[in-house]
Design a protein around this ligand. Structure first.
Ligand code: IPM
Ligand code: MG
Length: 360
C-alpha cells in the first residue's frame, strides 16, 4: 500500500517526536511491505518564521492531497516568544484552528488510558486507580465557542467582549454518530456531557444525542452535566467509556482526563472528518522548555501514528505491532524522564524511538 502522509513537525519538541514516530512508521512499512511518501508541511511558529503566517494555503492544499497528516506540536513560550507579540489571528495556535476548519476535522478522539506499567504515576488514590480506566473523549472540534462569532466592542464607555456558542442539529448529529459508532466497538457506553441546566446549545445537544441513540440500541446513553463530569473524572474514572462533548468542554475535560493518567506523554489523538482522512497528534503541547534536549517522550506521537494506521489506512495488524512494541519496551523498564520511576531505566527521546523500532 502507498501511504501519502503530510508531516508537520511544528514547534518546540515537535521535530524531535515526529522524527521518532517516522522512524517507527518506516520500520513498519519495511516489515509489512508498504511505501510511505512524506511531504513536509510548515505550521505554527515554524511557518510564521518563514512565511509570516501560521498556515499557508499551500500547506492546507498539501494536507488535503494527502491521505493523512502526522503532526508534532505547535506553539512556543507565550510570555517570551516573539510569536505572541503578533495579533491573535497570526499566532501559532491560529494555524491549528485554521487547519481543523479547512480540513473539516470535526471529530477529535482523545483516548485516556491508565497503562498498567505506569499505574504508579497516576495521581489518584490507589483505591481509585486500582480499577484502571480506558476512556475516549469524543470532542467536537469545529464548532461551539471556538468558531462562533466573536468581537470586542465599546459600550457605555467600557469595552465589552462577546464570544458566541452555536451548534446546528447537523453538527451535533455527525459527532454523536461518531461517538456511538466507536462505542459500539469499545464498551458500548456513551456519556454525553453538557450544561443543559443552563445552555440552549446543550439542550439541543441532549435532544440530538437521544435521537441518534435510537439507532444504537446496543449502546447505553447517559447524560452528565459538565461540572459533575469534572468531579467524576477524579472520583471514579473507570465508569467512563466514550465521553461525547462539545468543543470547549472537551478541551478542558480532555486535559483533566490526561492528567489523571499521570502520563500525558503517552496520550495520542486523532482528528477526523467524515471520510478516512485524519490528523494525528499527541495530546500534549510543544513543551518549549525542554525543546532540543532530546528528553521528550515520543510515545504519544508514536501511538498517534498507530491510530493513523488504524483509522485512515485500516492497517490494524500494523497498528497493533506498534502498540505491542511500546508495551514490550515499557515492560522491559525503559522510561523517558517524564514517566521515570525508581528502578527503571531512563532513556532519551531518540533512544525510546530506537527501542520501539527495534521491537517492530
Ligand atoms: C488543544 C489545544 C488547542 C485547543 C489550543 C492550542 C488552541 O489546547 O488541542 O486541546 O484549545 O483546542
Ligand atoms: Mg487543550
Amino acid at each position: 500500500m502507498i501511504l501519502n502522509i503530510a508531516s508537520i513537525s511544528g514547534d518546540g519538541i515537535g521535530p524531535e517526536i515526529v522524527r521518532e514516530a517516522r522512524k517507527v512508521l518506516d520500520k513498519v512499512a519495511e516489515k509489512y511491505g508498504h511505501d510511505i511518501i512524506y511531504k513536509d508541511v510548515l505550521m505554527g511558529g515554524a511557518s510564521i518564521d518563514v512565511h509570516g503566517v501560521p498556515l499557508t494555503e499551500e500547506a492546507i492544499n498539501v494536507c488535503k492531497e494527502s491521505d493523512a497528516v502526522l503532526m508534532g506540536s505547535i506553539g512556543g513560550n507565550t510570555s517570551t516568544s516573539p510569536w505572541y507579540k503578533l495579533e491573535p489571528s497570526k499566532r501559532p495556535e491560529a494555524g491549528l484552528l485554521a487547519i481543523r476548519k479547512a480540513l473539516n476535522l470535526f471529530a477529535n478522539l482523545r483516548p485516556a488510558v491508565l497503562y498498567p506499567q505506569l499505574r504508579g504515576a497516576c495521581p489518584l488514590k490507589e483505591e481509585i486507580s486500582k480499577a484502571g480506566f480506558d476512556m475516549l473523549i469524543m470532542r467536537e472540534l469545529t464548532g461551539g465557542l471556538y468558531f462562533g462569532e466573536r468581537k470586542t466592542v465599546e459600550e457605555n464607555g467600557e469595552k465589552k467582549a462577546i464570544d458566541t456558542l452555536t451548534y446546528t442539529e447537523s453538527e451535533i448529529r455527525r459527532i454523536a454518530v461518531k461517538a456511538f459508532e466507536i462505542a459500539r466497538v469499545r464498551n458500548k457506553k456513551v456519556t454525553s456531557v453538557d450544561k443543559a441546566n443552563v445552555l440552549d446549545s446543550s439542550r439541543l445537544w441532549r435532544k440530538i444525542a437521544e435521537e441518534v441513540a435510537k439507532d444504537y440500541p446496543d449502546v447505553t446513553l447517559e447524560h452528565m452535566l459538565v461540572d459533575n463530569c469534572a468531579m467524576q473524572l477524579v472520583k471514579d474514572p473507570a465508569q467512563f467509556d466514550v465521553i461525547l462533548t462539545e468543543n470547549m468542554f472537551g478541551d478542558i475535560l480532555s486535559d483533566e482526563a490526561s492528567m489523571v493518567t499521570g502520563s500525558i506523554g503517552m496520550l495520542a489523538s486523532a482528528s477526523m472528518n467524515d471520510t478516512k482522512f485524519g490528523l494525528y497528534e499527541p495530546s500534549h503541547g510543544s513543551a518549549p522548555d525542554i525543546a532540543g534536549k532530546n528528553i521528550a517522550n515520543p510515545l504519544a506521537t508514536i501511538l498517534s501514528a498507530a491510530m493513523m494506521l488504524k483509522y485512515s489506512f485500516d492497517l490494524h495488524e500494523e497498528a497493533k505491532a506498534i502498540e505491542d512494541a511500546i508495551n514490550k519496551v515499557l515492560d522491559e523498564g525503559y522510561r523517558t524522564v517524564d514517566i521515570m520511576s525508581e528502578g527503571m531505566k531512563e532513556v532519551s527521546c531518540s533512544e525510546m524511538g530506537d527501542l520501539v523500532t527495534a521491537n517492530i
